[in-house]
Design a protein around this ligand. Sequence first.
Ligand code: PLP
Length: 332
Amino acid sequence: MTPLLHQLYPELAHTLPHLSLNTGATPVRRLASIDTTGAELWVKDDSGFGDGGWGGNKVRKLEWLLPDALRQGRRTIVTVGGLGTNWGLAAALYGRAQGLETVLALVDQPMDEHVREQLERLRASGAELHFTHTKVRTILRAPLILARHFSGMRPPYLLPAGGSSPVGTLGYVEAALEIAAQVRGGEMPEPAYIVTAVGSGGTVAGLSLGLRLAGLSTRVIGVIVNDTLRLDESTLTRLADRAADVLRRRGARLPENLSAGGNLDTVTDWLGPGYGETTPEASAALRLSAEYESLDLEPVYTAKAMAALLDLNAHGRFDGGPVLFLNTNGPR
Ligand SMILES: Cc1ncc(COP(=O)(O)O)c(C=O)c1O
């Protein structure tokens, strides 16, 4: 399937490879029961990739990252995450299928049943694990880990937490183009707002850029759920700009006056005590989503994003809407 980015900028077809890991657009539907007051609510469910594999937002990033690594002749991906990293597991499993080895530096995060199970999956994934515990120790160990994984003269393919490099961010540029196509096709109204979680920033930065490229005036509201990375609006805007630079460098003729990031706001009130710590609001949002909408959320990212959406809606923050909740939780 030709990605929408290649359809919009055919000049990218030979300079920016894409690997299709899913089968087309993820579904959108009305959320008619969870909150019947305020703005009209919709969901785009990225857990709904149709190939029986993983959903969630990592797959979209890997569709651009894996072929970029292969194009550069890299053999190993080196990246970082918490002990329960969804990103690290997806990189390990999808990378292995493409013949790439994955090396993970893991920093501590609050331990619970979900994290414990995730760690077991990481051990079973074949990835090389380094328990570096803290950010500082990860930075100190990084040169050694990188040096060990050179393949001839080629360094490993180094990726930031969450796969939120400028190339990874293109996954959500593509998602924004998909949303625009679904609006044009009459599957849903043009959203006034998209609400989603911010863990490392690639998702909202990509949406912000992609909505601009698609000509939609939708605003993105990023719900910050991670206090271990710098994720303010200017940092996220810079990531969107760097993703636009990748497209330009590879030959796409983007509009000059793009102002990516101007359509992006962040909210920080739903983080609670910290990254990975549950909040009563998130627990309630998780339960209500399952009960009223059969929507499966998880406590670290998506339940906090839904808690923010419900609260902002109750306070009339969305005017008339419509509001699109982007569910980035993937089935495991
Ligand atoms: C389920 C889930 N939702 C949302 C996010 C946040 O996305 P991003 O890292 O692109 O900000 C992540 C990972 O960080 C995630 O695992």
